[in-house]
Design a protein around this ligand. Sequence first.
Ligand code: CU
Length: 280
Amino acid sequence: MKMSNGQIGRRVLGFAVAATALAAAGTAFAGTLGQPSPWEVTLQPSASPVMDNITWFHNFLLVVITAIVIFVAILLAIVAAKFNAKNNPVPSKTTHNTMIEVVWTIVPVLILVVIAVPSFRLLFQQLDVPKADITIKATGKQWYWTYAYPDNGKFEFDSLLVADKQPRLLGVDNEVVVPVNKIIRVQTTAADVIHSFAVPAFGIKIDAIPGRLNETWFKATKEGMYYGQCSELCGKDHAYMPIAIKVVSDSEFAAWVEAAKKKFASNPTATYASIGAAAQ
Ligand SMILES: [Cu+2]
């Protein structure tokens, strides 16, 4: 199919308008803390030091790749315009240029080093768990999560999707509750197949693997509700095992722990609590 210049112009204009609209929508709807928004194209707003750094690193890389893409596109345009068969009928026979070969080897290496330094720093921050104030254990099951609080009375409860609760497909019956500005260590495992514990606003995503105990951490810096989802294909209801974390003040957390100890004491699935009690 051959297009006229007018058609090409209109198509390019169409793409530009669509891209601008998408970017504008992204900026307009990027603001909901703790949950996704319609037409969101950016990362969710950050609520932890790790996510602050992930967001910074993402924006930094966006600048780097944009500069590289523009630079390469300009070079390609120059080559296509100046050195096509019509404009350059007698091509140069040059095969080597030491200077340019050194530059196009060294410069990409330097760019990679500049990217690697903050990248490794971020990896260490994510994987090197600081001294934790509270540990919670999340066990992935087909298709819900079970949470245990070994430091706060050893109770355990299941957290299941509630179909008509908002936000849609994220609301659960029993939310995880943690105090604000405290280091929370999250240990993950699974009872059946591999699941993955992910909460975008905290910048955490870690596999929950049967027979293994993985760990990660977060420090929520703002009170509120935060939602995540299982992020490892785990069967037919993979999309229906959300993660809901409520971040509250220290006193609210203490009150919740007291209530939860009673509420979940008779939980028939509370194997962790019963085994823990029997062992003592
Ligand atoms: Cu899962």
